[in-house]
Design a protein around this ligand. Sequence first.
Ligand code: FE2
Length: 326
Amino acid sequence: MICLGLESTAHTFGCGIVDENCNILANEKKSYVTESGGIHPREAADLHYASAKTVVQQALEKANLKMKEIDIVSFSIGPGLGQCLQVGATAARALALGNKKPLLGVNHCVAHVEIAKKITNAKNAIFVYASGANTQIIGYEAGRYRIYGETLDIGIGNLLDSFGRNLGIGFPAGPKIDELYFQAKNYIELPYSVKGMDLVFAGLETAAERKIPKENKTDLAYSLMHTAFAELTEVSERALAHTEKKELVLTGGVAASKALRKMLDEMCNARGAKLLVPPFGVCTDNGAMIAWLGIVEHKAGIKQEISETRILPKQRTDDVEIIWHN
Ligand code: FE2
């Protein structure tokens, strides 16, 4: 069984082709990037429309398959930017209807979790999904992926990019800022904000930006990251402690950060747990994770009529019934 999956929640239009053992036969993408690092939904959607056909063709060529050899088509139904989601939904409907294939709209966050679980072979894990727009600590319980903690304002990736832009290190700031982390000498005091199990980053961002003219840039970058990652690590540890799980899976674009991996790894080691991180190509937004969730849901017997595949820009991780979990 082979599924072709389309991802288009935000910056990336991706097409992945995956078989039922989660072998990734293709994982092609085209991403919208701006100088400032921000996203203009209309412009991103226009780029997705312009790239969709080529990206799908590239994926089929890479997998050495024809559309008639694909068994299922899936796409990100939400959460995401409406205009961007609409491109993937339209392209997926055209592919499914034109080739008489079943169509499944799947949740983007659940797709991150499911492919990370499969590739790391995690059995009973807490998932940290840290990306530009999302930051969630997730665990399976009683038929849903529950969100044990999440950001109440911006995603941790947006925090890093926005601070990096103001520091003058360009976009994306992630790789460069991660180097600075390991060169710093001093911690500069910044506000630390954990509310129960949730995280708040906007105050931290404002406080750090106000200090840019006065402080050493390397130390400031380190201090911002150290504070934000410590908040995320604290909440992740509490989720592990509460659930007594022994695996922590890190995914999302911020999984590329060596600094974050180091901090989570130290926390896991200290409590006899294990940190698992999939290869970066499946952590960041990609079509293969959407294709894999298409296979998982299809095998679980889930079917959707075309009329049920309307995009759901605000669909949450815990809105989805997980009937396939064992
Ligand atoms: Fe994502």
